[in-house]
Write a new protein. Structure first.
Length: 307
């Protein structure tokens, strides 16, 4: 549970640094934390701007150790959001998500940072493609390091532009036929962005979760077919699902990628189809985590005017 802004977080002010703060999740986290007068917030920024008041901007890159050291000087806790989630080149995932995270952890240790909160993925695994493997390897490096850590594994987040669930919602809303990769039996647990951000903020203040991995998924698991049906029911429309072989879809995506069309990348196929660990009891117990159901999240999503 997030403490009251009037609650003292410690005997001295804490300095928090957020990587990847320019994404909507990072901006929302900064806004939620900016109410605490004894929490100094820094955003390490490479190229994109941070659209959130209440934080100090520090230039930095996961591949520039000198700039990173300056950004981390005097920092107590790091929330590591920066990641590559979409690339047609598999090696890029390991360059950013693995090597970049290793660099960050090493510099954190050099600068005396006390704790890192790593925002990973529910898809982190050995068999979910390059992205999933890169997140898994980054987790392993953090766990083996000497820094205190918390790993958060969000599932399929929706409510921010470009996410796959957002794209599916838009497609179901606008087209009669919905393409489904495989047999439609792969399981997902969509989670609304605000619920993830609230849990991320709580993880900064709660010490009982140090050196633990928490899954931040939605309140239920749905097959892909069920997810399409639930979205269609929300809009009050009938939709036809067209099931396509995963191999064929991957081939088509590879061709499109070579032509410069990057709506999807081949690595997203194994990421979708891989088996994912599910279990949010620890997050519920320790973070007062209470994710909303799909229809409630979509209602808030459309009321906010994000679509």
């Amino acid at each position: 549970m997030i403490p009251s802004p009037k609650t003292s977080l410690s005997q001295t002010p804490l300095t928090l640094l957020i990587t990847g703060a320019s994404c909507k999740m990072g901006n929302n986290l900064i806004r939620q934390l900016s109410i605490f007068p004894d929490l100094n917030i820094r955003a390490m920024v490479n190229r994109s701007l941070v659209d959130a008041p209440g934080c100090e901007i520090r230039p930095g890159s996961l591949n520039n150790l000198e700039l990173m050291a300056r950004a981390l000087s005097g920092v107590d806790i790091v929330v590591h959001l920066a990641a590559l989630t979409k690339s047609k080149n598999e090696s890029d995932y390991f360059e950013t998500n693995v090597k970049g995270t290793k660099n960050l952890v090493d510099v954190c240790l050099e600068q005396g940072v006390k704790k890192i909160i790593y925002v990973s993925s529910q898809a982190a695994s050995l068999n979910g493609g390059a992205y999933s493997l890169s997140k898994f390897e980054a987790e392993q490096y953090i766990k083996k390091s000497k820094i205190q850590w918390v790993i958060l594994r969000p599932s399929e987040v929706y409510g921010q532009e470009g996410d796959s669930i957002n794209q599916l919602i838009w497609w179901v809303q606008n087209f009669v036929c919905v393409p489904v990769i495989g047999q439609g039996k792969s399981k997902l647990s969509p989670v609304y962005i605000d619920d993830v951000v609230k849990a991320m903020a709580a993880s900064i203040f709660i010490t009982e979760i140090e050196n633990k991995t928490l899954i931040l998924a939605g309140p239920e698991e749905l097959t892909y077919d069920e997810l399409v049906d639930r979205i269609a029911a929300y809009f009050g429309v009938s939709r036809f699902k067209v099931h396509l072989p995963a191999g064929l879809v991957k081939l088509i995506i590879m061709i499109f990628s070579k032509l410069g069309m990057s709506y999807l990348v081949p690595d997203q196929i194994p990421r979708l189809l891989c088996e994912k660990l599910y279990g949010i009891d620890l997050a519920k117990e320790k973070l007062d985590y209470s994710p909303r159901y799909l229809e409630d999240g979509m209602e808030n999503f459309f009321l906010s005017g994000v679509n």
